[in-house]
Design a protein around this ligand. Structure first.
Ligand code: NAD
Ligand code: MLT
Length: 530
């Protein structure tokens, strides 16, 4: 077994390091606090890199990682990893969603409570020898309206805890159905409703182009006077200058921030120094339990990746559920082989890849199969550097249109993949399925029902359906000492066009192919190697 070298470049809980060390497929080095230039120097020796949030995994580092296959982020946000550069290079980026949900939800609730009673300010006052009982008048949470923006993993846990505090909870999340929200016990409303009704607003969305400066000068104007804001999600979702202004204008009574647009906040940050704002230095996930969870998760994901190739919690490639893996794995082989076959049969630059999934395949996540098909196709054009991670990226960057549809309708087989490759010179269509024993089979080529093993060396012959053609092909190959493994013939009607796929034991030379193409009634011959 090839042993993969993994570098842990941020402080990771000992449990995680121990799991990595115990995995026979992995050899691990822990080197924390490396300056970027040092990391660039040593990264070419490693197949995997594990980070928390301190290491900035830049494009330069990724590009220097000549054998880098996977980057693991022990945590949720991958904003310290250049995911685009990783995808372009075919490097899997994994995170560990779930491990720090409870911890972060608890932190948001703690921040809300500390904010409502000004606990940090009061602590500082007592520490300074003062006893300012009248200054720190708070507000109760019971009966107040909490508006949550984003009710995913963490937001939904905040909902539960806020309900326990007898708060009224409303939420905005465009990707959650009313039924799901109802089950959580939260009223799903519009963003403007959150602004108009909430006494407290807690943010739990990822930072995306859409959520960047979601809370800004205009939205603060829509808020209930005296609202308090909590952000334990990501810096930059709030426009910090606008929040400072809204506090000074007495629209916002206070804010509790765990995250900042720049971390640590720059000296001139307008929020630092405002009495109404309390802060923590990105501590949302900072509990022993959460750090143990995320370290354990990333280590187990790495052990799976380097032992069996299983990809879990990847942010740049669809992950396969371990339970679905035995079902989907043969279709990944099929997809890649169909892609390789069709690319070798087609001519001209690729314009479109059109995929139809039929029968049982409509019931599973087909995205990994699509990526395997793209890998098969693009390897023919780009070479061995293509993998399932960078294949969609390479397709997109070459302007190739990829479309996939799925239908539960069965077409001759319980599960079937239809694939059309449209090129500058025309198009080719194939269908494939998996036979018993996980054997990938081609079952249709253009309009011809034809059954061929997608393995080894194949000749694809187009001919007119006349007596003797098969004999001529057999004789020709025999004369050139090329052994036939299987001969598969398909024709639409007698005397019309026919196609054959011949599995052979060795490849003919280009010269021999040209000669075969000249044999009577043979119209075209292509060599395919899988
Ligand atoms: P999640 O993906 O489970 O949930 C995010 C939710 O936001 C989803 O339901 C999504 O539909 C919703 N959403 C997306 N775009 C939206 C929009 N424009 N408006 C409203 N809702 C939108 O994520 P999560 O695991 O719950 O994490 C939430 C946030 O917390 C992330 O930003 C994550 O990075 C951050 N986080 C911070 C800490 C910390 O230490 N402070 C720790 C863990 C996670
Ligand atoms: C995360 O994304 O997991 C959190 O922000 C916590 C962290 O950065 O460690």
């Amino acid at each position: 077994m090839n042993v993969a070298r993994v570098l842990v470049s941020d402080k990771l809980s000992e449990t995680g390091v121990k799991i990595l060390k115990q995995c026979p497929a992995i050899e691990v080095d822990v080197k924390t606090g490396l300056p970027p230039e040092e990391l660039i120097k040593i990264i070419p020796q490693y197949d995997g890199l594990v980070v928390r949030s301190a290491t900035k995994v830049t494009k330069e580092i990724i590009e220097a990682g000549a054998r880098l296959k996977v980057i693991g982020r022990a945590g949720i946000g991958v904003d310290n990893v250049d995911v685009r550069a990783a995808s372009a290079k075919g490097v899997v980026v994994m995170n560990t969603p779930g491990g720090n949900n409870v911890t972060t939800a608890e932190h948001a609730v703690s921040m809300m409570m500390a904010l409502s009673r000004q606990i940090p300010q009061a602590t500082a006052s007592v520490r300074a020898g003062k006893w300012e009982k009248n200054k720190f008048m708070g507000v109760e949470l019971m009966g107040k309206t909490l508006g949550i923006i984003g009710i995913g993993r963490i937001g939904s846990l905040v909902v539960k805890r806020a309900r326990g505090l007898e708060m009224r909870v409303i939420a905005y999340d465009p990707f959650i159905s009313h039924e799901a929200a109802e089950k959580m016990g939260v009223e799903l409303v519009t963003l403007d409703d959150v602004y108009a009704r909430a006494d407290f607003i807690s943010i739990h969305t990822p930072k995306t182009p859409e959520t960047t400066h979601l809370l800004n000068a205009d939205t603060f104007k829509k808020m209930k006077k005296g609202v308090r804001i909590i952000n334990c999600a990501r810096g930059g979702i709030i426009d910090e200058a606008a929040l400072a202004r809204a506090i000074k204008d007495k629209i916002v009574a206070g804010a509790a921030l765990d995250v900042f647009e720049n971390e640590p906040p720059e000296p001139g940050n307008p929020l630092i120094g405002l009495e109404e704002v309390i802060y923590t230095p990105h501590l949302g996930a900072a509990t022993a339990e959460a750090q143990e969870n995320v370290a354990l998760a990333v280590a187990e994901q790495f052990a799976d990746f380097f032992t069996s190739g299983l990809i879990r919690n990847a942010v740049n490639v669809p992950s396969v559920d371990p339970e679905q893996l035995p079902v989907i794995r043969p279709y990944l082989w099929l997809g890649e082989r169909m892609g390789s076959f069709i690319a070798q049969v087609a001519q001209g630059g690729v314009k479109e890849v059109l995929i139809d999934y039929f029968g049982g395949l409509a019931e599973i996540d087909q995205r990994p199969i699509t990526q395997a098909i793209l890998k098969g196709i693009l390897t023919h054009y780009v070479g061995q550097s293509v993998n399932m991670v960078n294949a969609p990226f390479l397709a997109e960057s070459r302007g190739i249109v990829v479309k996939a549809t799925a239908s539960t309708q069965k077409r001759n087989f319980a599960a079937l993949v239809g694939l059309r490759l449209v090129t500058e010179k025309g198009s080719v269509y194939v269908e494939g399925t998996v036979f018993v024993g996980d054997e990938p089979r081609l079952v249709k080529l253009e309009k011809f029902l034809i059954e061929a093993q997608l393995d080894g060396t194949l000749l694809v012959v187009t001919n007119t359906d006349k007596p003797g053609v098969i004999g001529h092909i057999g004789t020709f190959l025999g004369d050139h000492n090329i052994n036939i493994g299987a001969f598969n013939l398909g024709r639409a009607e007698a005397g019309g066009l026919a196609m054959s796929i011949v599995n052979i034991d060795s490849a003919p030379t280009q010269e021999q192919l040209k000669l075969l193409a000249k044999v009577e009634n043979i119209l075209d011959v292509k060599l395919v190697q899988i």
